[in-house]
Design a protein around this ligand. Structure first.
Ligand code: DC
Length: 230
C-alpha cells in the first residue's frame, strides 16, 4: 500500500500521543512526538541555566542550539520511541511539571521552531510517518494526506495528565494541572509563530467521551478511507 503522511494536531493532554503511537504501530509507520522535541530543548535550557525566572534567555539559547541534538530510539521494553537529548534518555524527565511549566515560551521562539520544523520535515521525507503536535498539518506537513485535529474538554485533559503522572509515581495536583492546561491552551492559540489552529482540511476528533478502543477504530477508518483514494 502507498505510504502517506499523517498529521495529528490538537490541544495538550488530549491523548494525541497515545493515539498517534498506537496508529503508527498498527500500520507499521514511524511515530514522532514533536512536543517531546520542544520539551527536550526546554529541559536543556533548564539544566544549563538558560532561564532567567520564567523566561528563557533567547540570545544564549540561540547560540546553544547547534549543540542540542534530539533523537528517538525504540525502547525494546515498551516498543515505543524514547526521546534522547545529546545521547541521554530523557523520556521521563521531559514529562515532569517543571518542564511542562516552562515549555511554552521555548516553543514560541522563532529560531527554536525553525530548527525543529526542519528536523521534523527531514524525518518525514520518505512518508510512512505519524507525527503529532500543534502545527504539523499547518506548517510541518501542509500536504499531509491525512490531517486530524483532536480536542477534549480542559477538565478531562487535566484528569488524564493527573492519572498519567500518578501512575508513574510522580507528584501531581489536579488544580495545578488544570491551570497549566488552560494556560498552555491560551499560549498555544495566541502565540505569534505557528499558533495552534485546525488546518482547513483536517478532520475534527473530539474524544472527551470516546474510549481508547473507539478512538482507535475511528482513526483506522479515517486512514483506510484515505488509502483507498491515494
Ligand atoms: O504536546 P506536548 O504537551 O508534549 O507539547 C509540549 C509543548 O510544546 C506545548 O506547550 C506546545 C509545544 N508544541 C508546539 O509548539 N509545537 C508542536 N508541534 C508540538 C508541541
Amino acid at each position: 500500500m502507498k505510504k502517506i503522511t499523517i498529521a495529528i494536531d490538537g490541544f495538550s493532554s488530549c491523548g494525541k500521543s497515545t493515539m498517534a503511537k498506537d496508529l503508527a504501530k498498527e500500520i507499521g509507520y514511524i511515530y514522532i512526538d514533536s512536543g517531546a522535541m520542544y520539551r527536550a530543548v526546554t529541559l536543556y535550557a533548564l539544566e544549563n541555566g538558560l532561564f532567567e525566572g520564567n523566561e528563557p534567555n533567547a540570545d544564549r539559547l540561540e547560540k546553544e542550539m547547534p549543540h542540542i541534538h534530539i533523537t528517538f530510539r525504540i525502547n525494546p521494553a515498551t516498543g515505543r520511541p524514547d526521546t534522547y537529548l545529546n545521547g541521554v534518555n530523557v523520556e521521563n524527565r521531559i514529562r515532569n511539571m517543571e518542564v511542562s511549566a516552562h515549555v511554552s515560551p521555548i516553543a514560541a521562539l522563532p529560531f527554536v521552531r525553525q530548527a525543529l520544523v526542519a528536523q521534523q520535515q527531514e524525518m518525514g521525507r520518505e512518508k510512512g510517518i505519524v507525527m503529532d503536535g500543534r502545527d504539523i498539518g499547518t506548517t510541518v506537513f501542509p500536504d499531509a494526506e491525512l490531517k486530524i485535529f483532536v480536542t477534549a474538554s480542559p477538565e478531562i485533559r487535566a484528569q488524564r495528565r493527573y492519572d498519567e503522572l500518578k501512575n508513574k509515581g510522580q507528584e501531581a495536583d489536579y488544580e495545578n494541572i488544570l491551570e497549566n492546561v488552560k494556560q498552555r491552551d491560551y499560549i498555544d492559540q495566541h502565540r505569534e509563530v505557528s499558533p495552534l489552529r485546525r488546518a482547513d482540511d483536517a478532520l475534527l476528533l473530539d474524544n472527551s467521551h470516546l474510549s481508547i478502543a473507539q478512538q482507535k477504530e475511528w482513526l483506522l477508518q479515517a486512514y483506510y478511507r484515505i488509502c483507498e483514494k491515494a
